[in-house]
Design a protein around this ligand. Sequence first.
Ligand code: UFG
Length: 320
Amino acid sequence: MTVMVTGGAGYIGSHVVRLLERCGDDVVILDDLSNGFSSRAGRLPLVDIDLCSAEAQNQIADVIQRYGVDSVIHFAAKKQVGESVERPLWYYRQNVTGLGNLLQAVGQCGVAKVVFSSSAAAYGMPDIPVVGEDVPCRPINPYGETKLIGEWMLRNAARATGLRTVSLRYFNVAGAGWPDLADKAALNLIPIVINRLTEGKNPVVFGDTYDTPDGTCVRDYVHVVDLAEAHIKALDFLDSDACAPSVFNVGTGTGASVLEVIDSIGQVSGLNVIPDISAARPGDPAQLVADVSRIEAELGWKAQYGLPEIVESAWAAQAL
Ligand code: UFG
């Protein structure tokens, strides 16, 4: 099998690439290196293409033909909620136009299988704490909207052409499988807290009066290696005859509060961590935890790691 991984030099994409290599699959990476690092590609072919450009469809088709690509995993996208509110049209261009060009090239070349990085941001602020895939999606920011539109594009392309597709809705991804692949962007709770601690600053908790056991927001933290494994299972699923266009949550099914995460980082680091409490951040749901029964039943995937392993791996990668 030859897999084309867009965004394969990024944090999550590079973990999937490494697992594919271990499985003995051939891999070609497409990445414009806007957030990725070429060092993560190792000796694998890396092609720098702007997926949104007018030439993108032909350029992608050239790569598919040159490398004999039969499957695509699509990560290349922008993922900052706040930035998407400030630059909505740019987000639509990056995430929707980019996917459109990719799917045109996929159709042109007859590639059979596509796995798409979606997000729990597609749900918005559901009023139930544990969210199954059939809960209505009402995203509350342009980023979440672009992910939901991406799912629709895949579903409709599948209906029209017989393309086999899976969309994976990631919950809160963290940790590192290999230190050189660790998340360097520090845009999410765990890397932010680790960065602040290493700078001698207290972590900041955005609100402690939510309707949750300790008043801070609860999320479902999933280890990036577990998440990467889910992509391998998704490709296997697409080889089976049973696959209709499908959407799966990828989480652990267990929630952790902001204070629990900070406490875990304190334990792993051995530091005496004193969080500062600040105002709630607009748009944060009190609790967002995945119902993982569908992915367990249909893909045979289940998270192997919990919060301690996530935090240990993130801390170890930072310390190197
Ligand atoms: N938080 C703090 N302090 C910080 C940073 C975050 O208290 O310094 C809190 C947030 O308010 C939130 C929780 O920690 O309650 C997690 O925040 P993140 O920003 O790490 O993650 P989000 O849950 O907001 O969003 C993440 C991804 C999105 C994705 C979503 C899906 O960033 O892209 O998970 O669940 F859509």
